[in-house]
Ligand binder design. Structure first.
Ligand code: SAM
Length: 132
């Protein structure tokens, strides 16, 4: 879990939809499958990024992992960060079920994710709303 200093905005605090609730996370995932054409969105983002098999991608706010998991099949590794532990757990289980192993999950966000390895080749963040 990421560390937050006293002066820093606490991005780990949930706002809007309660993504700390496991039932809500499952319902969110099912809702998104109906409301969005996630496959098309994913393909569009990946084609804009020109990501290749040897590259590393950072997905901030990975949610239930749909984009992350498809992207992992097109690159060396995806680093998937999210402030919601239930979201990460849901995404991790989904990746496991689909046999995808090259995803590194981090419970962190825009302000708290600390990158300590080789620079990433691309960064994605989609459908995130930040309320101060
Ligand atoms: C609407 S979902 C979108 C998930 C995914 N990116 C997608 O396109 O389906 C928003 C996600 O952003 C996460 N989130 C909200 N604020 C964040 C922050 N400051 N840093 C990282 N993730 C954040 C939420 O926990 C949630 O999983």
């Amino acid at each position: 879990m990421a560390q937050i200093s006293g002066w820093q905005y606490n991005e780990m605090k949930q706002v809007g939809t309660d993504f700390t609730n496991e039932t809500e996370v499952g319902a969110y995932d099912a809702r998104m499958q109906k409301l969005r054409n996630i496959k098309e969105e994913t393909e569009m983002i990946l084609s804009l990024l020109h990501i290749t098999q040897d590259q590393i991608l950072l997905d901030i706010g990975c949610g239930t992992g749909e984009f992350t998991i498809t992207a992992a099949g097109r690159c060396r590794k995806v680093i998937a960060a999210d402030v919601s532990l239930p979201m990460l757990e849901f995404a991790r289980r989904k990746a496991e079920k689909r046999g995808v192993k090259n995803i590194e999950f981090h419970n962190a966000g825009f302000l708290t994710y600390g990158h300590s390895e080789k620079p990433v080749d691309a960064l994605v963040s989609s459908q995130i709303s930040i309320v101060g």
